[in-house]
Design a protein. Structure first.
Length: 157
């Protein structure tokens, strides 16, 4: 008489023993590679185009000042005139010295002298407000200045 094998085989269950290890490994990877945005840009910035650009080497030593017209959600309250943004708030030129002191206070004493102030200015902003900001930066002894721009794609004629 032939011997019958049991034909009702079930597939074995999937082992979930290594699942926590995989989840924590992915969590750790995203925690290490993700950067947080420092501040929300509340002004409209259409950067100028330039041909001679250099990249900043130590971005941790850079403090940003944004100058431009307020974004659409802020225009009802602040109007359409160009505004100065320091961190997450609209400010006046008189607030710049305190802003620079606070930014220097966040840095190590040795690195405070290497701090760079980067101006991100809308291309349609008049130079009067930019000059006022530069004068306040001089008073605050923040003499290392950078203008943010994007590369020009077409060649100059």
């Amino acid at each position: 008489m032939p011997i019958r094998k049991n034909t009702s085989k079930e597939t074995p269950g999937i082992s979930t023993a290594s699942l926590p290890d995989i989840v924590f490994m992915l969590l750790f990877f995203f925690m290490v590679t993700t950067t947080m945005r420092d501040s929300e840009i509340m002004v409209q910035i259409r950067p100028v185009k330039a041909t001679e650009l250099t990249k900043l080497e130590k971005k941790s030593l850079v403090s940003y000042i944004y100058i431009g017209p307020p974004n659409m959600q802020y225009r009802e309250k602040w109007g359409t005139a160009p505004r100065i943004q320091l961190n997450d708030a609209f400010s006046t030129k008189e607030d710049i010295r305190q802003f620079i002191e606070n930014e220097r206070g966040k840095l190590d004493e040795k690195l405070a002298s290497q701090m760079t102030v980067s101006l991100r200015v809308d291309k349609d902003v008049k130079m009067g407000i930019v000059t006022d900001v530069k004068q306040e930066l001089r008073k605050a002894n923040a003499l290392k200045l950078n203008y943010s721009a994007v590369p020009r794609t077409e060649a100059l004629k």
